[in-house]
Design a binder for this molecule. Structure first.
Ligand code: FAD
Ligand code: SIN
Length: 535
């Protein structure tokens, strides 16, 4: 089966949909979503979307907060650009039908989260992402030029490699011609030929055992782009959200939004004692890397399985009104958060790195764009500021759409693309092989490449990963393709990139923390301690 479209969009979260809605006014669009179109990280977003709306907030304050959180690795030009465009992108989102909460005076009710010096997070109760996904998807479904392929899995991007040409990573002339897309129900693989392709496949949280990400987050887009010889960067910066609900066995882990700490909730150890003052003067509202490491440290020191988030001192009516879903979720596991503390643990939440793009979302491969969590724009640096990712998706999808609209008519469809080669694939793999390898992979990443790393742990992770890689490649070559084997292969690819980039970084910075490379402030602290002790 073959299909031709002007714009192929892989992903139906905020990045894919907002791009599709714009380019759809100019050409034909095919959106591919591997499950139901609304099964995305976007839909799960709770806290909201950061943007400068009113004084006393200013663009400069938001810029500085983003740069500080990013620990000197942000691209300042990109930060300035994205943040000064924030207000317009929010207005557009509202025009598309998104509702944000307002105060009685009619102004937006802005929330505050870790690392933000002002209240600037627009939200819709505690289910902002659900509201955004609803508005964008409603509009996309009604658009005459947009077709949505739900439950279709993109296997690989098509480049010269599929035409039989040898290409290497340094080649400047790699071009994307579309993608091979599997319909798992019929086992048919469709060759989708496009003038322009946007990868908007979201994150890769499932590379870890505990994650807030939905099951779709298996790093497919990053792995596909890597196989297409695209530049990938900053994969070592994995953000662990400090507070996912401690409820062993539940997947994904339910998020307890940072906005709750912005509302006044306080972190405590299980003996009801506050501890964040030992780690940062911003206490429970310090940036995420610091809070997640502090929790990890307290749990290890005390041998506890979780810490607590305490809301008992807050006004119960207001608490329930602002966080109705969290209240209901906690009640469902027997915790009344107005009277009892909520058990929480850090969970893998967001990948700061990914497919390297420029200020217009263009990748190093021609006619291939990326936006959203799978991309690396330079906005987040070594640690993303809370609620900056929905914003990033809107800004870069908007910019990518502008360039795409200008260029697409001058790009010809590539005609001589072969069908997907299924020769030699006879095996219907045993599911247990895949599930077991996935568990092993998640355990390697959780134990050796988690919040705190070391050279020894990373070396061990790479060795263990090599075994699973080899076994999975053999299986993949012989198997009839399924979503499960492709996802496993992609997750292994992502894990490899995270480990290799973590090994290459010989310093602790932002979300990459290695005990072999203490941070400058720790070295200074040790020297001061030494002097005070007369050494
Ligand atoms: P997603 O929304 O994840 O969409 C990915 C899409 O790609 C899906 O449609 C999927 O089906 C498709 N896809 C993937 N692989 C394939 C494939 N092989 N073939 C076909 N389709 C494929 N950020 C904020 O700024 N504020 C918040 O309050 C916030 N809260 C969050 C809460 C939770 C629980 C989580 C998990 C994340 C949160 N984030 C938040 C992060 C933010 O939600 C995500 O970074 C953002 O939504 C990513 O959007 P996206 O469009 O890039 O990807
Ligand atoms: C949250 O609500 O705490 C998540 C916000 C984010 O990940 O940006």
């Amino acid at each position: 089966m073959r299909k031709k479209v002007d714009f192929l969009v892989i992903g139906s979260g905020i990045a894919g949909l907002s791009y599709a809605l714009k380019v759809g006014d100019y050409g034909t669009v095919c959106i591919v979503s591997k499950t139901k179109a609304d099964e995305t990280s976007t839909r799960l977003a709770q806290g909201g979307i950061a943007a400068v709306m009113y004084t006393p907030d200013t663009y400069e304050k938001h810029i500085q907060d983003t740069l500080i959180a990013g620990d000197n690795l942000c691209n300042e030009k990109i930060v300035r650009m994205a943040i000064t465009e924030s207000t317009n992108r929010i207005k557009e989102l509202i025009d598309w039908g998104t509702n944000f909460d307002k105060t009685k005076s009619g102004k937006f009710d802005l929330g505050k989260e870790g690392g933000h010096s002002e209240k600037r997070v627009l939200h819709h109760k505690d289910n902002t992402g659900y509201e955004i996904e609803r508005a964008l998807l409603d509009r996309a479904r009604k658009h005459p030029n947009i077709e949505i392929f739900e439950n279709h899995f993109t296997i690989d991007l098509i480049t010269q490699h599929h035409l039989g040409d040898e290409i290497n990573r340094r080649s400047k002339n790699i071009t994307c011609y579309g993608a091979y897309v599997l319909n798992p129900e019929t086992n048919e693989i469709c060759t989708v030929i496009s003038r322009i392709t946007l990868v908007a496949t979201g994150g890769a949280g499932n590379v870890y055992a505990t994650t807030t990400n939905p099951a779709i987050a298996s790093g497919d887009g990053i792995a596909m782009a890597y196989r297409a010889k695209c530049q990938i960067e900053n994969m070592e910066f994995i953000q662990f959200h400090p507070t996912s609900l401690y409820n062993p066995g539940e997947k994904p882990s339910f998020l307890i939004t940072e906005a709750l700490r912005g509302f006044g909730a306080v972190l405590k150890t299980i003996d009801d004692k506050e501890f964040m003052q030992k780690y940062d003067k911003r206490e429970s509202l310090a940036p995420r890397d610091i809070v997640a490491r502090a929790i990890d440290n307290e749990m290890k020191l005390r041998g506890d399985d979780h810490v607590f988030l305490d809301c008992r001192h807050l006004d119960s009516n207001e608490l329930i009104q602002h966080f109705p879903n969290i209240y209901a979720k906690c009640l469902s596991i027997g915790v009344d958060m107005t009277k009892e503390m909520i058990p929480v643990v850090p969970g893998a939440h967001y990948i700061c790195g990914g497919i390297k793009v420029n200020e217009n979302g263009m990748t190093s491969v021609k006619n291939l764009y990326a936006s959203g969590e799978c991309s690396s724009t330079g906005l987040h640096g070594a640690n993303r500021l809370a609620s900056n990712s929905l914003l990033e998706s809107l800004v870069f999808s908007h910019r990518a759409s502008k360039i795409s609209i200008m260029k697409f008519k001058s790009i010809n469809f590539q005609e001589n693309i072969p069908e997907w080669d299924t020769e030699g694939t006879v095996l219907n793999e045993e599911m247990v092989l895949i599930t077991q390898s996935l568990k092993e992979l998640q355990s390697i990443m959780t134990n050796y490449v988690g919040i705190v790393r070391s050279n020894l742990r990373l070396r061990r992770a790479l060795k263990r990963l090599a075994i699973i890689y080899k076994e999975t490649e053999e299986l993949y070559q012989r198997s009839v393709l399924t979503t499960r084997i492709c996802e496993l292969r992609n997750l292994i690819n992502v894990a490899f990139l995270v480990i290799k980039m973590a090994m290459a970084r010989k310093e602790s910075m932002g979300l990459h923390y290695s005990i072999d490379y203490p941070r400058m402030e720790e070295i200074k602290e040790k020297i001061t301690d030494g002097i005070n002790q007369g050494n």
